[in-house]
Design a protein around this ligand. Structure first.
Ligand code: ADP
Length: 412
């Protein structure tokens, strides 16, 4: 019998048997049978034409459709499939064909399958090399990023820590001189205040560094309790009263729908997040400028908007500012100060604010037409927070329920 006729004769049993070996479920088996029919068709064409390359396309499809996990584990299912194909071809040919026809068929099929093994091994090796090169490239990029962030950290930390340290050092030396020379010590108070300011600033920077590393390591835990955003904003307004007055800024904090409603959140952390954003609005707005805090209530959310008439932020930098050390410009050119105009910080404030807001299930983003210190296009920050009528954690809910119950018992 002609080899093509022999192949046609065994085709349906071959497809059924190979698919039984490869898959258990009925649905999977049906889709495998379609693939195996294609494979068989191409195998016949390869034998008929004497060109084994007919199988390359389907082998490529099978290799590239392998799941990522299989690629990563270096495990391969293709040689296993070809093993089943070879075994079944031998079984079916010996059962269904005359001995002579079976030998002729196997003689024609085996070189085609040998090609399939060789081709798929070669292609898989190529894909492994590609994958490993890609992983190496990615590892290099993240190493470079780590390296950059490490040197940024060292440069910024050195600059930021040096300023308050110099202050402490200077005042301490002056105090020392005066004490040694029994000089007039009427100005001692000023010097001690200077030392205090320096140590407070050092503490703030170190606390910011600890916070950002907790956020990075997903270790920031929130203490949910009833919070009123309008009250937080009032406290912040009071904090900045003096500096707002000194810099002749107009800071208006409006009461907006939802801002006076009780929600559950970590009061201290939310205060920190809002304070950072307000401090930036003050820092990056020239003397005499305006800062407006307003907002609106959305279904399930409260959106607070902090709008300033400051120097603005280039659209291309608007993502970077939320990353740690995402300060813009040259560290050495910044003066150090929390609220001075353009007084630089370590570039951790917004990374912390974003971490806190996201940990609450909220979001923060910025809008600005660009950076211009003369025209001052301004910047608007949007802070979206979920309005929670209950704390998210059941344990806390129970705790609050207990204290509310205790209160109502007391009232009775
Ligand atoms: P920094 O300690 O430098 O203020 P932040 O993380 O608070 O760090 O802010 C990162 C950078 O974002 C700042 O260095 C500044 O360039 C930019 N930025 C933040 N807020 C404003 C604003 N309201 N107007 C203009 N630029 C801002």
């Amino acid at each position: 019998m002609d080899v093509i006729d022999s192949l046609k004769k065994i085709r349906s049993s071959w497809v059924a048997r190979v698919s039984n070996r490869l898959a258990r479920g009925q649905d999977v088996r049906q889709s495998i049978q379609i693939q195996l029919n294609n494979f068989f068709e191409l195998m016949m064409q390869a034998i008929d034409s004497g060109d084994t390359g007919w199988l390359n396309g389907i082998l490529d499809d099978w290799i590239s459709s392998r799941p990522e996990t299989e690629l990563k584990n270096d495990s391969s299912s293709l040689p296993d499939i070809l093993d089943h194909v070879t075994i079944v071809t031998h079984e079916v040919a010996s059962e269904m064909l005359e001995a002579g026809d079976a030998v002729i068929l196997l003689g024609a099929v085996l070189p085609v399958l040998a090609h399939a093994y060789k081709y798929s091994t070669h292609r898989e090796a190529q894909m492994h090399i590609q994958r490993i090169s890609k992983e190496l490239e990615e590892a290099k990029i993240s190493m470079d990023r780590l390296d950059k962030s490490k040197s940024d950290f060292i440069a910024i930390a050195a600059h930021e820590l040096k300023t308050p340290l110099t202050l402490i050092e200077g005042y301490t030396a002056m105090l020392n001189d005066r004490l040694l020379n029994h000089a007039d010590i009427t100005q001692t108070g000023i010097m001690i205040k200077g030392i205090n300011n320096g140590t407070r600033r050092l503490k703030e920077i170190i606390e910011d560094m600890v916070d950002v590393s907790m956020i990075d390591n997903k270790m920031l835990s929130l203490k949910f309790q009833p919070v009123w955003i309008s009250r937080l904003l009032d406290v912040i307004q009071r904090d900045f009263k003096e500096i707002v007055h000194d810099r002749n800024l107009n800071l208006e904090i409006r009461v907006f729908p939802g801002s006076q409603e009780m929600t559950f959140g970590d009061e201290e952390r939310l205060y920190q997040a809002f304070r950072n954003i307000l401090a930036n609005a003050i820092k990056y707005t020239p003397d005499g400028g305006n800062i407006l805090v307003d907002g609106r209530q959305l279904p399930g959310f409260l959106e607070t908007i902090v709008k300033d008439s400051g120097i603005g932020i280039d659209p291309e930098d608007q993502g970077r500012i939320f990353e740690k050390f995402g300060r813009l410009g040259d560290a050495a050119l910044h003066s150090s100060g929390k609220t001075k105009f353009k007084g630089g910080g370590p570039g951790l404030g917004l990374a912390i604010s974003r971490g806190i807001i996201e940990a609450h299930g909220g979001a923060i983003w910025v809008e600005s037409d660009g950076y211009d210190e003369i025209l001052c296009p301004g910047t608007t920050f949007h802070i979206l927070l979920p309005l929670r009528k209950d704390p998210p954690d059941e344990k806390i809910a129970r705790l609050f329920q207990a204290s509310i119950d205790a209160e109502s018992i007391k009232e009775i």
